[in-house]
Unconditional design. Structure first.
Length: 383
């Protein structure tokens, strides 16, 4: 019996041995039933071997997955017991069903791609891929691809929203706007339909920021120059002519966008008027050195007052001078001969001088008028 069951022999050889044993000893054989059981087991094993071999050949053919699953399921159903290939058959069924499921997911993935291509709205695209992911959250060979498509749609949504916000932005300084657009370009360097426009805006903002800095530097220089000019009369011995030249240089250097332009012009006008008043006063004082009638002197002094009736630091001096000249004029008129050649009665005719009063000639004009070094020209001339 043990020799008949030798495993090293082939299945056909074993079956032949057992059949020969039964044929040789059909009666009075205590092992006949056992021999028949062995023969049935060997025959069943032969059918399993044959069926498995056929399935492996069928598996390698270009049959559909559904047909292959059906064939393996039939094999399992026919040989559920004592089947050395049962585990492998069940594994084949599991793998084929998984492949079938993956094919279905693949088909749905490509259908979703087609639907995405006809959508222009990024929100709709995002919802489309989110639905696909929710339907197949596990064992999904296209999960990574779908997640990438969803991320792309969400990135496009964020990109469009940020671009709209930046385009509508009107508040904030130039520097903050420049920083925001620069971050937009760095955040979305690819697949960005607004990249060209964003770079154009960046270039414009960089130019405007540079112009702003240049203008700020220019305004700083204006303030420094203006402050220096305002302090110049106190800190230097500049003449009025030099001060006018400095203020005129300031205006010529900064003719536009100069917050102190009007004040500088007023300062020039003030200095020029002061200089004109002093020059006029010098000429009036020099009338005493030439042979000019009292009437002419009176007219000149009165003209001085008429020309500069306001903001004239020498107005009191001019009025006093006119009074002196009028007094002299009346004195001369009083002592003038009448029509008959007789002098007007006067016990002792006064000796009237046509020269300026001594006290007027000695007046110090440094205490009057404008505080500049040119005042010495006024006080230094003889009256």
């Amino acid at each position: 019996m043990q020799k008949l069951d030798k495993q090293s022999d082939g299945l056909d050889h074993l079956l032949k041995n057992w059949r020969t044993f039964v044929a040789n000893y059909p009666a009075d054989n205590p092992h006949l039933d056992e021999a028949k059981v062995h023969i049935q087991a060997l025959e069943q094993r032969g059918r399993i071997e044959s069926g498995f071999s056929d399935l492996m050949k069928f598996h390698q053919e270009e049959a559909s997955i559904e047909k292959r699953i059906s064939a393996w399921m039939q094999f399992i159903g026919e040989f559920p017991d004592n089947n050395p290939y049962l585990d492998e058959a069940q594994a084949q069924v599991k793998n084929l069903k998984q492949t079938l499921a993956h094919q279905a997911i693949d088909n749905e993935y490509y259908e979703t791609l087609k639907r995405e291509n006809v959508l222009s709205n990024h929100e709709e695209r995002a919802r489309l891929w989110q639905t696909f992911i929710d339907r197949h959250p596990k064992d999904n060979p296209r999960l990574a691809d779908a997640a990438a498509r969803l991320n792309q749609a969400e990135t496009s949504i964020a990109l469009e929203r940020r671009f709209a916000e930046l385009s509508a932005r009107i508040s904030g300084g130039l520097e903050s706007q420049l920083e925001a657009w620069l971050k937009f370009v760095k955040t979305y360097p690819t697949d960005n339909p607004h990249l060209g426009e964003a770079k154009t805006r960046l270039a414009d903002l960089r130019k405007r920021v540079m112009e702003k800095k240049i203008e700020e530097h220019r305004m700083q220089r204006i303030e420094e120059n203006f402050t220096s000019l305002k302090q110049a009369p106190e800190n230097t011995n500049l003449s009025r002519t030099q001060q006018i030249a400095k203020w005129q240089e300031f205006i010529n250097k900064y003719p536009t966008k100069n917050p102190h332009f009007a004040e500088a012009k007023n300062r020039i006008n003030y200095l020029q008027r002061a200089q004109a008043i002093e020059n006029r006063l010098i000429l009036l004082k020099r009338l005493n050195d030439i042979d000019v009638s009292l009437t002419t002197k009176l007219e000149e002094w009165r003209g001085f007052i008429e020309a500069y009736p306001a903001d004239n630091p020498y107005l009191d001096i001019a009025i006093a001078r006119i009074h002196e000249l009028e007094k002299n004029f009346l004195a001369i008129q009083f002592n003038r001969p009448d029509a008959f050649g007789q002098a007007k009665s006067n016990p002792e005719p006064a000796q009237v001088s046509t020269q300026e009063p001594e006290d007027w000639q000695k007046q110090d004009y440094k205490t009057q008028g404008f505080h500049t070094s040119q005042q010495s020209d006024v006080s230094g001339s003889s009256s």
